[in-house]
Design a protein. Structure first.
Length: 762
């Protein structure tokens, strides 16, 4: 038993290594077979893929060459059609033939045509080179006479024996073709187009008709001269399978494309053929098979060498990728979730966290607050982006130090912040906003510069089960925007009236295009008077909207909406043209005219064609630009100094006067007078609204007017409503133009005309 057991054990022990060896050998053989099979499969796949790539590339090149020919033909036909349009618009029958030929010869020279000419309906021609010939039987002439612009196939020029193609287009008188305009191109033009090197100089091309007749061939040394391509079959060229040219010929008759192979002098070639959208032309692109097979052989050999390296590097790459992905994920999370400047949450992270907090603490009362800095761009321009960034960080620190449990904040934009806070009542919200505002405004740099930093806040009370953070942001912004121009309040709570205002603005936007088309926008004129004589010497054009549904609407109701959506650009040009129309009418009726100022939005500053469009309108009405004054608000001139200076110089060079409205309300009024070509400044009425004498105020206004007078700048005091204000201005002792309700309110065109007539009669 013992021996048997031992023997059996030894046999088992010996059998295991053999079995393991056999298994290993089998596994190795299987792996080898699989590896060899995979390599063979891979090699064949690569070869197949490369063949497909070759075919695809060849088709792509063929398509590109086809488009080149199409572009040339269409471009030349477009040129001829344009010339034909000019000729037919100038009463062609009455033109002098010699002058017409001179014009055509100039066009011929500019476009590289061989000759141009006109053919009458009987086929008689007048050409730029004096050729006399009966064209009546020419197919291209008959097509054009039938109203079809076309190009001929290739044929021999009767003058010099060279190959040419002829373009022909109809010339109309009414609906009748009265003549044919033609232009001759040397076929070399097409041959040069298809002689562009392909496949490193080994490829070339032909253009043929679908029956094989030659149109053009490239200048490549291997291209073959022929009259009909299919006549080469069996002679110079040999089909691979005996009928590939027949298949190609059949495809071309059906307007189809494809790729075939043939041999020339024992060398294998690939040829792709595709239709050109010109007559029945086809493009044939040819490349030697050796050029492409060399690439595939190299790639297959190369892949064999790198296969082993790939296996070795894959593991390393996988480890590296895993580590890199982990690090990249952390970096992306930081980029996506953390504001780089402040270290606070980003808008993306804030929005996600808001949803979680509102769901997890549904019993809490929450308010969503959006706020930003008024005119932060101006702060950056005055004190630099570095100090602007320091201010933003200061705001973030103020918020961070005030955040309670389950509260969030984020920097949502340049100077914009969103905050989600808990509250017990609205007074608590107001108190926290007031605290933030005071601490933000106590930024040391602000106090040092004595800068009046203003912020605007909007509050949205979050209803229960409302998880739309986007809606919260929108409504709080709506509330914030309602106090943007409010000098007394810097925060507001959202209510439905704000939504109604938004809906009203949306309705205005829906109606504005139709209103402009229906002439619902009416121009009113507010006269400007000489302070001493109290006679009207100018006027300002103001727009009013008189709607059949809503009645009379003041500018304050719709102009801010149009400023935001850009429609103000159309309104400005509309008002300008109405003013020009009125001035033209007055001049035609010997009426006295005065300069009219027209307000233009700052958006026009960014339009490179702004001045040209103004001149087009003045030229349309035959007006001198000197009768028009282009009025811009001072705030529109603060940004983009170089662009503004360029645009204002263009206006000045064109002859327009330039005025600055609301002068004295900005941060750099005196600097504007120093740098910009200004003709008129309109003093903001806040300078002289006080009825009591004010020596300081008088000194300021006197200085501005005196300096303006020395600079040759006219001063207009707007908003004069009281006789005391007029007396105050008169006592300053300078020539001033005044405008305001004391003298005249804005009035319709007919009332303004009557005012000027009465003044003329006095």
């Amino acid at each position: 038993m013992s021996a048997g057991t031992t023997k059996t054990g030894k046999t088992g022990l010996m059998a295991k290594p053999k079995k393991l060896l056999m298994v290993s050998i089998v596994i190795i053989l299987i792996i080898a077979v699989i590896a060899i099979s995979l390599m063979l499969f891979y090699a064949n796949t690569v070869r197949s893929v490369l063949d497909d790539e070759i075919t695809s590339n060849l088709k792509e090149i063929t398509l590109q060459e086809s488009e080149i020919i199409e572009t040339q033909v269409n471009g030349d036909l477009y040129t001829l059609e344009s010339v034909a349009t000019v000729l037919q618009s100038n009463d062609f029958s009455g033109l002098d033939t010699e002058s017409t030929m001179k014009l055509l010869d100039k066009i011929r020279d500019q476009n590289g045509f061989k000759r141009m000419g006109l053919i009458d309906p009987d086929g008689n021609a007048v050409t730029t080179d004096g050729l006399s010939y009966d064209f009546s039987e020419r197919k291209y002439f008959r097509k054009a006479l039938a109203g079809i612009p076309n190009i001929s196939d290739t044929f021999t020029d009767i003058v010099d024996g060279n190959s040419i193609n002829v373009y022909a287009v109809p010339i109309y008188s009414g609906r009748n073709v009265v003549s044919v305009l033609f232009a001759t191109h040397a076929t070399d033009v097409f041959e040069n187009k298809i002689s562009v090197s392909t496949f490193e100089g080994n490829g070339y091309a032909y253009v043929v008709e679908k029956n094989g007749d030659k149109i053009a061939r490239s200048h490549h040394e291997n291209s073959v001269e022929f009259e009909n391509f299919f006549e080469l079959d069996g002679n110079l060229l040999v089909s691979i399978d005996g009928n590939s040219f027949e298949t190609m010929h059949a495809d071309m008759q059906k307007g189809e494309s494809g790729v075939t192979q043939y041999k020339k002098a024992g060398i294998l070639y690939y040829m792709s053929y595709a239709p050109i959208n010109v007559n029945d032309w086809y493009i044939l692109s040819v490349v030697p098979a050796s050029v492409v097979s060399e690439k595939s052989s190299f790639l297959i050999a190369f892949t064999g060498w790198i296969s082993g390296i790939i296996v070795f590097t894959v593991v390393i790459l996988l480890v590296y990728i895993a580590i890199s992905q982990s690090n990249a994920k952390k970096r992306l999370e930081r980029i996506a979730f953390v504001d780089e400047l402040t270290g606070a949450s980003s808008w993306v992270k804030f929005r996600s966290d808001c949803n979680d907090i509102l769901k997890d603490h549904a019993n809490e009362k929450y308010a969503f607050i959006n706020f930003d800095i008024n005119k932060f761009k101006i702060f950056n321009q005055l004190y630099g982006y570095r100090n602007g960034n320091l201010l933003i960080r200061h705001i973030s620190a103020v918020l961070k130090n005030d955040m309670r449990e389950h509260e969030l904040y984020c920097r949502a934009g340049s100077d914009e912040f969103n905050v989600l806070i808990t509250y017990s009542d609205e007074n608590e919200i107001s108190g926290r906003i007031s605290g933030w505002n005071n601490r933000i405004r106590s930024f040391p740099f602000i106090r040092k510069k004595n800068y009046n930093l203003l912020l605007s806040y909007g509050v949205y009370i979050v209803p229960k089960n409302d998880y739309s953070v986007t809606r919260m942001s929108d409504w709080s912004k709506t509330a914030k925007n309602s106090v943007k121009s409010n000098a007394h309040n810097y925060y507001a709570f959202y209510d439905d009236s704000m939504n109604q205002k938004m809906l009203h603005e949306k309705q205005l936007e829906n109606d504005m295009d139709a209103a402009l088309q229906n002439n619902e926008f009416v121009v009113y004129y507010q006269p400007k008077f000489d302070l001493d004589s109290e006679k009207p010497v100018a006027a300002e054009a103001l727009v009013r909207w008189i709607s059949p549904d809503k009645g009379f609407m003041n500018p304050g109701e719709f102009i801010p909406v149009f400023e935001k959506n850009g429609f103000i650009v159309k309104i400005d040009f509309y008002v300008f043209e109405q003013v020009c129309r009125m001035l033209r009418d007055w001049l035609d009726h010997a009426m006295p005219v005065v300069p009219i100022s027209v307000n233009f939005s700052r958006l026009h500053i960014y339009n490179d064609d702004f001045v040209k469009q103004l001149l087009d309108i003045t030229e349309k009405y035959g007006l001198s630009p000197g009768l028009l004054e282009i009025e811009l608000t001072e705030s529109a001139l603060i940004d983009n100094d170089d662009l503004i200076l360029t645009r204002m110089n263009e206006l000045r060079d064109a002859g327009f006067s330039i005025s600055i409205d609301d002068f004295g309300t900005g941060y750099s009024s005196l600097n504007l007078l120093r740098t910009l070509p200004v003709d008129v400044i309109k003093l903001d009425k806040r300078f002289f609204t006080h009825e009591d004498d004010n020596d300081r105020e008088t000194t300021i206004i006197s200085s501005i007017i005196a300096m303006s007078e020395k600079l040759g700048i006219t001063v207009v005091a707007e908003g004069v409503e009281l006789r005391a204000q007029a007396d105050f201005l008169r006592n300053i002792g300078y020539r001033i133009i005044v405008q305001g309700f004391l003298y005249a309110k804005p009035m319709p065109e007919d009332a303004f005309e009557e005012l000027l007539r009465k003044n003329m009669e006095q």
